[in-house]
Design a protein around this ligand. Structure first.
Ligand SMILES: [Zn+2]
Length: 482
């Protein structure tokens, strides 16, 4: 791949030359390198920087953009004393041109996000986020970037909202901020098309919504998206708009090559390029990343996994057992969306591993719940996606679903398989995320136990020393013909 890159590059330099001083009838090539859902994966930055610098050596007009979710997913960044700092430090050094705000940008809280926005040497945009001055998170809807030769590239951003009308972050982090429909907002900026030579949607809406946006907004040349972690290996145009997304974790980038003649786009191409396979590293960034990674507290071994712990059943069972290890709690539930790794490999478990599994810093909330309330929680959670959503400890259940996959009832069991006493009230542990984002019946508003789910799990593994979850499955669904 590298050889081809140099051949193409050499050809371009021979034919197009580097000096471009006026739009006139000149040919301009614009390269946009697009990252999305980097999720704090700083380990890939030394290669990323070397790759970007290579493009900058060979092309005059290279832009580097982020389509959101810079944060959450690496304890080195998530647990840094000033959360998220390493990520922006590295993005500044790579020389990002612009970014859009993703849902996980809110995970560290509003004050931290404001510090990160201030630290960033590039603008962060979004058309559907606004807040009063007292909060002060008011990104510009769009930015126009001008090249030296006068070519203008317009970017408009937007963030995805869930069924509650909020981005997927803890609702307590979103208080006071107004979120409006992203596609609706973007459509207010059609006239920008006339002010720029290249018009880009820089979105954090997810691939499906990006396609929808392209179909409604043919003014864009390209949509560079994020959120759904879609690896678009073969980018195509929808309504003449190229829609691109490059997976997640900075393993790949979108490479967009746009040619203009006389200021008009004459060709555009999107392709996926690998960061992981790039043969060179930037030594300065490598030493900075090494310094961030040298965190003795996080690298501390707290226990051993006797076997690989894999999948939502095993990992969720471990996490809920962590919550149940608190004296106050009899049963606990963990939503599968909060299980952030696929495997905890056999062998040593470090504090860092726990924060990778559970990075959000959610507190444990204790609620006294009767059987009917517990069933309402399980059923509502199930029917969000018509799939098992809650893994459990201290209790087991089967959801009965109809032929359309909709959960209609729940059978509860004690861990030994015996029936649950229908009059019992359980001391139930839930993460603050579930309490504030899920609809379910509960008379008890709940009280915080002032510890996080991750801390409970660290304590649990530290006390047990060895854990084994092979084959553990406490929750299931049974489909019934109706
Ligand atoms: Zn996202």
């Amino acid at each position: 791949m590298n050889k081809i890159f140099f051949l193409v590059t050499a050809l371009f330099i021979l034919t197009a030359g580097k000096a471009q001083t006026n739009i006139g009838t000149d040919t301009t090539t614009v390269i946009i390198l697009s990252a999305n859902d980097m999720h704090a994966k700083i380990d890939n930055f030394p290669k990323f920087k070397a790759l970007v610098d290579n493009y900058r050596q060979h092309y005059e007009n290279v832009l580097v953009v982020s389509a959101g979710d810079m944060f959450t997913g690496n304890p080195i960044v998530d647990q840094y004393p000033d959360k998220g700092f390493p990520m922006i430090e590295l993005m500044n050094r790579v020389g990002f041109t612009i970014g859009t705000i993703g849902n996980h940008e809110f995970d560290y809280g509003q004050e931290t996000l404001k510090r990160r926005i201030a630290q960033a040497q590039f603008p962060l945009i979004s058309a559907n986020i606004a807040s009063p001055d007292s909060i002060g998170i008011n990104p510009d809807a769009y930015r126009i970037v001008s090249l030296n030769n006068g070519i203008k590239i317009g970017f408009v951003g937007a963030i995805q909202l869930n069924s509650e009308g909020l981005p997927d972050s803890h609702p307590s982090k979103l208080g006071g901020i107004q979120f409006t429909d992203g596609i609706t907002r973007i459509k207010e900026y059609r006239s920008l098309r006339d002010s720029c030579n290249i018009f880009v949607g820089l979105t954090h809406l997810g691939f499906e919504d990006d396609v929808e946006l392209a179909n409604q907004f043919g003014e864009f040349d390209v949509i560079l998206g994020g959120h759904s972690h879609t690896l678009v290996t073969n980018p195509v145009e929808y309504n003449s708009v190229l829609v691109m997304q490059a997976g997640s974790s900075l393993k790949n980038l979108g490479l967009i090559t746009i040619k203009l003649v006389g200021g008009k786009v004459v060709s555009k191409k999107a392709e996926l390029i690998s960061v992981l396979d790039y043969p060179e590293v930037d030594s300065t960034l490598l030493s900075i990343v090494d310094r961030f990674n040298d965190n003795k507290e996080l690298n501390k071994v707290i226990g051993t996994a006797q076997n690989d712990i894999t999948g939502n059943d095993e990992l969720g069972s471990l996490m809920t057992d962590g919550m149940c290890s608190l004296d106050e709690i009899e049963i606990a539930f963990q939503n599968v969306g909060g299980i952030r790794v696929d495997i905890l490999p056999k062998g040593n478990i470090t504090i860092k591993d726990v924060y990778k599994l559970d990075p959000f810093g959610n507190e444990i909330i204790l609620l006294k719940m009767n059987v009917s309330e517990i069933k309402s929680l399980i059923l509502n959670a199930f029917n969000r996606e018509k799939a098992i959503d809650l893994v459990a400890s201290g209790i087991a259940y089967t959801v009965i679903a109809n032929s359309k996959g909709i959960g209609t009832e729940v059978k509860l069991f004690m861990p030994d398989g015996s029936d649950v006493d229908a009059s019992k009230v359980f001391a139930t542990g839930l993460s603050s995320y579930i309490v504030s984002s899920y609809d379910f019946k509960h008379e008890d508003p709940g009280q915080s136990l002032y510890t996080t789910t991750a801390q409970a799990l660290i304590n649990f593994i530290s006390a047990k020393k060895e854990v084994n979850y092979t084959g553990i499955k406490r929750v299931s669904v049974s489909q019934k013909a109706d």
